[in-house]
Design a protein around this ligand. Structure first.
Ligand code: DGJ
Length: 754
């Protein structure tokens, strides 16, 4: 036994100086990389946790299979750039000032972040063999959540500019495997976001991307690759990744015929270029990836914890998300002081905590044809300004929120008339309007200053706790004449726009630390790990019909947690779907109400108030619990859904069950739960807004965790009822004796309880 094989690797970064090798060890995984004698940085392992450094191979070049499959293509380089005999997926492409387009980066040194850091880190420096170009590869570890957070930084250390044409965040390599693999991605459209797409991973490249200037409604920068469990494995192993970027992005997944699987991604290369000036550094967004040995729910829970613990703005992250009312579906552009006060009074009766006036409040905004850019209350709608409305909302015991769409301008606005040169445009082309609006160039300092002043004035003059920040069209005609004239690279504007949005949000938050922001782009078009660093919640979709919402929310929740998933009960489905079902669907996330309360009956108001009161009692479990989808509406074509939220201590849980209809009658199966303590007894308590008979009549009201997981909750619904749902709370009453097992540690109940 040599030294290496006797030392157990603890979570953290373990370096083997002699072999230029590092193991990034998390609670359940190991990610290892090393430097070959040629100076190439390659991946050595990513997957289940290894025990000792001796478990890792020496970093060396793979054998060349043939002259068509050279070693540089076969090895798992941590950041392969276009250059030499590399034909696999690439992370970078660069053009030097002399026209050379070949990268040859070699390892120089490594730097470890101090052990005490919350997320321990490792930075490797690579340098081109000929040109003064340095690449820093950054790694951070989220130890408890089995995540590796990667980014890259390019530094031009010479005197001449270097042009980046592709500068992705990372390349990830999955180990070779006999198991067949399934790729899961999220695709969508307006009012149909986050639909789960599953396809077998076969040889070829799968591409997901946005070219619209925002994260996009049409695809999400998230994916998972699941292996069919091999004999002897309990749950599928899942590799998953999420990109922290709110502009154009691209993720490519390549599998070759040998099963070698590589994922690369970052800022999209589409219409991208960055002129790296002498002395300048360009840093890519974070690309977060993880390994879960307990299936998709395990992957989902890891990302949720990461968002809650690390990503969200810290001042708000630990507060319960308030129940909000939003005026959009009730009043659209027909906003007035009196009308909003009437809604606010009704909302307060329901127990709403935050009243948000959506679109339609500012100068000239009678429809979507005018007003964007002029962020002052319209005197025809608010002759006394916003003050009296806000005061009334406060008197009713609610906080006040306001809708804005800062990046946009209507040609019919004072702003556009004064600054027609502030929008993206090409001089010889028409300016394509979408929803009658154009996009302001947030790369420009003067545009950002104008917007900061306008929004800061609103927030300073009024007590506004919450901004809903919308973005209702993609960028087009991406021209920036002034920048080009100064010798700038206009194709930088996609990135500069996103940086501009971040800078504006960051500045507003710095000046107003208690401000919350909701990210919206016609629904869930800007929902990603980077926007959530500066926003608290996301508007999930303009589709508020409960049947569609179950599908959208299942997809959304693969990438992002319940506390950021805005979900309103509106009039969609009213008269067709019981109010309880509609509330249950919205209670899966950050609950809100968006219906026209003026038309709600006294019974509807009472029932709604009762559901909101129940939600406030259980929201800590929804917003901060471990979320497991027990029944997938995607897999059952919308027929069933069931979601469980479990406290970290596993002593409380909620189960939401939904059945759209039961056309053939008959009972459905019991619902097997997860994540409970098998040796604890749980009280089973249906939560009901109205005093109806308990569905548990004839069924036990106390069961062990073992029974709830092995045989399940009994079917609690009437056989024929359509749009039927229930909400059950489980509370631990007592823990029985120790749950003895003859299985090894790793296969105890945790393994089956994702
Ligand atoms: C799109 C959003 O998704 C809606 O909720 C609403 O805010 C409208 N924009 C307002 O124009």
């Amino acid at each position: 036994m040599n030294d290496l094989s006797s030392v157990m690797m603890e979570p953290g970064i373990v370096a083997d100086q002699g072999r230029s090798l590092w193991a990034l060890v998390t609670e359940h995984s190991t990610y290892a990389l090393g430097v070959t004698k040629e100076g190439l940085v390659i991946n050595l392992h990513w997957g289940p946790r290894l025990a000792t450094l001796a478990d890792l191979p020496d970093p060396s070049l793979a054998l060349t299979h043939s002259s068509h499959d050279p070693a540089l293509t076969s090895i798992a380089e941590e950041y392969p750039g276009f250059g030499g005999l590399r034909y696999g997926e690439l992370a970078a492409q660069v053009v030097f000032a002399d026209g050379v387009r070949d990268l040859d980066l070699r390892y120089e040194r490594a730097e470890l972040l101090p052990d005490s850091a919350r997320l321990p880190g490792l930075t490797l420096s690579l340098r081109d063999r000929h040109y003064p170009l340095t690449l820093l590869l950054r790694y951070q570890l989220d130890l408890a959540n089995d995540l590796i957070i990667r980014s890259a930084a390019w530094r031009n250390e010479g005197d001449e500019p270097i042009r980046l044409e592709r500068a992705f965040s990372a390349a990830w390599h999955l180990p070779h495997s006999f198991a067949s693999r399934t790729l899961t991605t999220l695709a969508g459209q307006w009012v149909g976001e986050s639909q789960i797409q599953r396809r077998p991973l076969v040889a070829g490249t799968a591409l997901v991307e946005s070219r619209r200037g925002i994260t996009s409604l049409n695809a999400a920068p998230w994916l998972a690759i699941e292996s069919e469990p091999m004999p002897g494995q309990l749950a599928p192993e899942v590799y998953f990744a999420s990109l922290a970027w709110s502009g154009n992005w691209m993720i490519r997944v390549n599998c070759d015929v040998t099963g070698k699987t590589t994922v690369v991604g970052g800022i999209s290369e589409h219409d991208f270029a960055w002129q790296l000036a002498a002395g300048e550094t360009f840093t890519t967004p974070d690309f977060v990836a993880g390994f879960a040995d307990d299936g998709l729910n395990g992957a989902r829970q890891r990302l949720h914890r990461y968002v809650r613990e690390t990503v969200l703005p810290t001042s708000q992250a630990l507060q319960p998300r308030p129940v909000l009312y939003n005026s959009w579906e009730a009043t659209t552009f027909d906003v007035s002081e009196q009308g909003q006060i009437e809604l606010a009074e009704l909302a307060a009766r329901l127990g709403v905590e935050l009243f948000v006036v959506d679109d339609g409040w500012f100068l000239g905004r009678v429809s979507d044809t005018a007003g964007l850019g002029d962020w002052r209350p319209d005197p025809r709608k608010f002759p006394r300004g916003l003050g009296p409305l806000i005061e009334r909302v406060h008197d009713l015991g609610m906080a006040f929120g306001l809708w804005v769409e800062p990046e946009m301008v209507n040609p019919d606005s004072e702003l556009y008339r004064a600054h027609p040169d502030w929008v993206y445009a090409f001089p010889t082309r028409a300016r394509s309007e979408a929803r009658n609006q154009l996009v302001l160039n947030l790369g420009r300092e003067d545009v950002r200053s104008y917007l900061f002043e306008a929004l800061n004035r609103l927030l300073t003059e009024h007590s506004i706790a919450y901004l809903k920040w919308d973005m209702n069209r993609p960028i087009s005609e991406p021209g920036w004449a002034d920048y080009l004239a100064q010798g700038g690279e206009a194709r930088e504007l996609w990135v500069r726009h996103t940086h501009g949005v971040y800078a504006l949000m960051d500045a507003l938050r710095a000046h107003h630390p208690s401000l919350s922001i909701e990210s919206c782009a016609s629904g869930g078009g800007r929902a990603d790990l980077a926007i959530l660093r500066r926003t608290d919640q996301v508007w999930t979709s303009d589709n508020t019909h409960p049947e569609a919402r179950l599908l959208i929310q299942e997809g959304f929740s693969l990438a992002l947690p319940a506390r950021v998933m805005g979900a309103w009960v509106t009039d969609a489905g009213r008269g067709q779907v019981p109010l309880a079902f509609r509330f249950h669907v919205s209670m899966l996330g950050a609950l809100g109400v968006g219906g026209n309360l003026i038309h709600w009956s006294a019974e509807e108001m009472d029932e709604a108030a009762s559901w909101i009161a129940i939600y406030k009692q259980i929201r800590h479990l929804v917003q901060d619990g471990e979320q497991s989808w027990l029944l997938s509406p995607h897999a059952t074509r919308g027929q069933f859904a069931a979601v469980q939220y479990t406290s970290q201590a596993r002593d409380q849980a909620l189960v939401f069950f939904f059945r759209r209809d039961q056309v053939f009658g008959g009972s459905h199966s019991p619902l097997r739960l997860c994540h409970l303590k098998p040796n604890a007894l749980y009280r089973i308590e249906p939560l009901r807004a109205l005093p109806t008979a308990s569905p548990l009549q004839g069924y036990p009201t106390v069961l062990s965790g073992a029974a709830l997981m092995a045989t399940g909750l009994p079917p609690l619904l009437d056989n024929w009822q359509t749009h039927a749902s229930y909400l059950v709370k489980l509370t631990e009453i007592t823990v029985l004796s120790t749950w003895r097992t003859h299985l090894p540690e790793a296969e105890r109940y945790d393994r089956t309880s994702s």
